[in-house]
Write a protein that binds this ligand. Structure first.
Ligand code: PLP
Length: 431
């Protein structure tokens, strides 16, 4: 396992201690307390650039819309803003954060579902491009505002992903608009006076092979063709969504990025030519791919409990801090950050402090012999880690640190008990 992990460059074994881009995990765990999310700026930039360069080789008009939901920390948004990325958002709160991180509204796309009227008004006032998820949303938007540009989220009938919760297209999906209604949506928008158009899909998350992207892209390009032929719409952009996976398990292979770029853009270029679609911008919306392996969760061992059946390692991060293992059964590599070189000779369940049996960060995991006080590092948590954390069991959320070439900075203070009271009021009869 370790050789794969350390091929990432920002993780290093220095004399048995985990260093993250030149910063000692022990030092920051001591200084800022655990649990603690640590993000490596260098890795975020590398991931963005690798992806951008791979796409740009094939076509000039490509844009990467980082999917903010994966990690909305202001520092992450700032890093990607400085790289020239665009932003995919799914809530007014994400738009608010994006603007705070100095993204201008012309660099922000909104792809929400079940969107309320007041939220639509906020989006209009913010000036972002709205990607429509239902005919209802379109009707309600056009009833009070005529946008210059509209995009429509298509359900291409093909979904994929690492877990059923993460498949966002196909028959059972609540997302996107089916083909017949897509035609209606563009007709309606055109008749209302909208002049510029985009089209978008997002089939799911955590996809490690090129095939599902290609199948869905083929279908969406056909839909784009029908819209073009039947409604006379020309597209400014065609957006293929996110979903580019990252290996979590040792046996998983990385997505072949060059193959992805070659195949998906190859198909794109052929079809826009054949279908007479002009030269629209090619967009994608990766979240996980950009930030996942830049993040490490440091968590301290407080309890060792041996039962007749199991060995439990009790740590201070539970599914309030990292929900992916409990929610999706996800696997995250775990290493002992202070005794890196020790052989993996025991099998443990790594359990958090939450009062639910499902609160396990790992089951039956082979690890070095653990002692209370050890520091564990849970890897590949930069995406859907902090952003999905909660205060469940009234546990204040943890802090976040950014590391860069031997330097570090606290980018989010850990919450305290007072945070648990924010927004709460007692009614007069209980005071
Ligand atoms: N775009 C949309 C509309 C999404 O809903 C998501 C995630 O669910 C993404 C992009 C990013 O997905 P990923 O992080 O798998 O790239």
């Amino acid at each position: 396992m370790s050789s794969k992990i350390f091929s990432n460059g920002h993780l290093e074994n220095r004399g048995g201690v985990l260093y993250i881009d030149g910063v000692s995990s022990l030092e920051i765990a001591e200084k800022f307390d655990t649990p603690l999310y640590v993000l490596a700026e260098r890795r975020i930039r590398e991931n963005y650039r690798r992806l951008y360069d791979a796409l740009k080789k094939h076509y000039d008009k490509v844009r990467i819309y980082y999917s903010a939901k994966a990690n909305t920390s202001l520092s992450v948004l700032k890093i990607l803003e400085s790289e020239g990325a665009y932003l995919d958002t799914v809530s007014p709160g994400e738009v608010f954060l994006a603007l705070r991180a100095s993204f201008t509204s012309d660099r922000i796309l909104f792809t929400g579902t079940s969107v309320r009227d007041d939220e639509l008004k906020f989006l209009v006032d913010s000036g972002v491009t709205i990607n429509i998820d239902s005919l209802s949303q379109l009707r309600r938007l056009l009833s009070f505002h005529l946008p210059e540009m509209i995009s429509v989220r298509v359900n291409p009938e093909i979904g994929a992903g690492h877990h059923e919760h993460c498949i966002t297209a196909g028959r059972d999906s609540k997302f996107g608009i089916w083909e017949d209604d897509v035609i209606k949506a563009y007709k309606y928008a055109r008749e209302a006076g909208v002049k510029k158009f985009g089209i978008q899909m997002h089939i799911g998350s955590g996809i490690l092979t090129v095939e599902p992207f290609l199948l869905a892209a083929e279908k969406m390009l056909e839909i784009a063709r029908h819209v073009h032929e039947e409604v006379g719409v020309d597209f400014d952009f065609i957006d293929f969504g996110g979903g580019l996976g990252v290996p979590y398990r040792p046996e998983e292979e990385s997505l072949d990025l060059d193959l992805y770029a070659e195949k998906v853009l190859g198909l794109y270029l052929r079809r826009i030519g054949e279908y007479d679609l002009g030269e629209p911008w090619f967009f994608i919306e990766p979240g996980r791919y950009i930030v996942c392996d830049a993040g490490v969760l440091l968590t301290r061992v407080n309890t060792l409990k041996i039962t007749p059946f199991k060995k439990f390692v009790g740590v201070d991060a539970g599914f309030n801090t990292l929900i992916r293992p409990a929610m999706y059964g996800s696997y995250h590599p775990i290493i002992v950050a202070n005794r890196f070189d020790s052989a993996e000779e025991e099998v443990y369940d790594v359990a958090g402090p939450i009062c639910e049996s499902g609160d396990l960060l790992a089951r039956d995991r082979r690890l070095p012999r653990i002692s209370e006080g050890d520091l564990l590092a849970v890897l590949n948590v930069g995406a859907y880690g902090f952003s999905m954390s909660s205060q469940y069991n009234s546990r204040p959320r943890c802090g976040e640190v950014l590391v860069k070439d031997g330097e570090y900075a606290l980018i989010r203070r850990k919450e305290d008990f007072e945070s648990l009271l924010i927004g709460q009021e007692l009614p007069s009869w209980l005071k």
